[in-house]
Design a protein around this ligand. Sequence first.
Ligand SMILES: Cc1cc2nc3c(=O)[nH]c(=O)nc-3n(C[C@H](O)[C@H](O)[C@H](O)COP(=O)(O)O)c2cc1C
Length: 208
Amino acid sequence: MANVLYVKVNPQVDEASFSTRLAQVFLDEYQTANPNDTVTTLDVYKETIPLIDGDVLQAWGKAGAGQELTAVEAEKVARMNELVDQFLQADKVVFSAPMWNLSYPPLMKAYIDNILIAGKTFKYTENGPVGLAGDKKVVVLEARGGIYTEGPGAELEFTQRYLRTVMGFIGIQDFQLVVSEGMAATPAEAENIFAKAAEEAKTVAKTF
Ligand SMILES: Cc1cc2nc3c(=O)[nH]c(=O)nc-3n(C[C@H](O)[C@H](O)[C@H](O)COP(=O)(O)O)c2cc1C
């Protein structure tokens, strides 16, 4: 019985979001193939995702020096610990997100800042950083208005390349992408493009 964490990174209403719809197709197929697995949803636009701000930096400094944290500092650090522990407890992680301005929405970065924690998901060694979370599988279901898997846009693809690199940094090599792209470039084809991506999502879900 696997523990699946679904990290949803999109404030758009579900029906109007290609990436959320893609994730729904993926998760439906996954649950059919794995009825006993548990899927927990983390909607980063609805739940508290602390930013690394002054409180957090203060708290980290104080913790190193054995000093007492303020209530606000303690609360933020506790939530960060909760998020990294939730990530570590997952056997499989499913992300869904749009491309926004050649990147992911800012709460994707905020979430990543919560799970890239030295001593938890990676450690420093004499030979450089080593990932500690390598036992997981990750898939990202992504939507992009333009085309970035080929052609002139390929050089501007920083989204899955970023997430793949970050996951590799914490030891995760089993990383897959299912993308629906070009819907804004050819709106008349949008639903056909999505339907093809949805078929791919189903195929990946069966063996994820
Ligand atoms: C704020 C914003 C920025 C966007 N930036 C890009 C972009 O840089 N490149 C692109 O191809 N599409 C861009 N788009 C289009 C979205 O990637 C596209 O609409 C996609 O379907 C959004 O995902 P969703 O349908 O899951 O919400 C942007 C859309 C928004 C709302």
